[in-house]
Design a protein around this ligand. Sequence first.
Ligand code: ZN
Length: 444
Amino acid sequence: MKNFAHLLIYSLIPVIVFAQSNTVNIDFEKYFEDKTMRVDYLHGGNSQSESFKIFAIKHDGAWGGRVKVMNDPYNLGLYAFDVVDVASGKVLYTQGFCSVFGEWQTTLEATRIEKDFEESIRFPWPKNAVKIVMRKRDSTNTFQTLWTETINPAMYANASHTGSLAKVRYFLSNGNPKEKIDIVVLADGYTAADSSDFSNDVERFIEAFFSVEPFKSRKSDFNVAAVYSTSPVSGIRLQESNYYPANVLGCTYFTFETERYVLTEREWTVRDYASLAPYDFLVILLNSTKYGGGGIYNLYITASAKTSTAAYVMVHEMGHHMAGLADEYYTSDVAYQVTVPKYEPWEFNITALLNPQSLKWKNMVEPNTPIPTSWQKEQYEQTGKIDINGEPYYAKVGAFEGAGYLSKGMYRPEVDCIMFSHSLKFCRVCHQGLSRVMDMYVAK
Ligand SMILES: [Zn+2]
């Protein structure tokens, strides 16, 4: 999906040097209970400032997340939070993420008004007092602390809030959620009478997702559960048709005035339904025939379930959601003025190539592949198609100019990838990025 917020992020918030530090193992049982703490807060502000206000602290069901690799060794995301043990000062858990506020902050609207957004962080329930440290990248690429808050878990020893909001059905069960990658699929715009239709769409998602590597050969690493979150009437809001059903999760097209971009501002409602099953990643299927979707790193994806390109949208958006992969395309109706970044972007799969000697995926480049790597760029821009037979470095890893919405000054790892075109294949760099993230969740 076109995610124009990224455009402005590149120009306003130059991002980090790619980092591959070591993983940190923490004795899970010493510091955590086997349940999830969810902190709901309002993330608000305008284009220049932001603030955080706690709304609620909840027991969010069983913990199904990482239990061995507790830090985020790849430094992904525009934001990150740490859970720090107050007594020892030890960082117990870290997670990078992106957010709706973070994207909204780069829109023109944010230069005019202030706005609050629902947001949540989730982590295993600490046994003792912890300090939450919220960080964000600054203009020099460095994470800076924006907010800290100390939480005494004894004050929030409440029962799980989730109750029985909706029916849950497992479509794929491969074992203990703490040793698996857990995907929860939610329904938006499906009525109770549409439930078998939703089941079919969940099957479509599973078929699409597990037909593509690196997911295909690792299907046994995943659990997939569906939550039958029901809406009072069918369909998703379509403002061009003046159709405004009260869909349960509040997903809408025209997010940030981009027609095909579908997000919801009701994150807490999404999470209330999602927490009926342990989850690492969230998929919201839209009961809609209109092309669209969205995917935010460590938040959720949305995807229209009833279009001819649904499979592509679902897998592409999972690339954003699971590993923070950037869009590699640059020609799709992008009409924004963007400047070439002065800093290396944080995503695994695009580079500003500021120093070709330290290309972050250089160990995957063959010795006879030039950097930057030539390709039939003009021809592609005229036809919109990759000429497989005519590309001298097709299926080779290099640095191909044109990526991340920028025609010049930004490079992608291969000529083609599902983050570049509708091809149903990740390039090797995206493949590796996704594998690295998956490995963190299944580490024993
Ligand atoms: Zn790629």
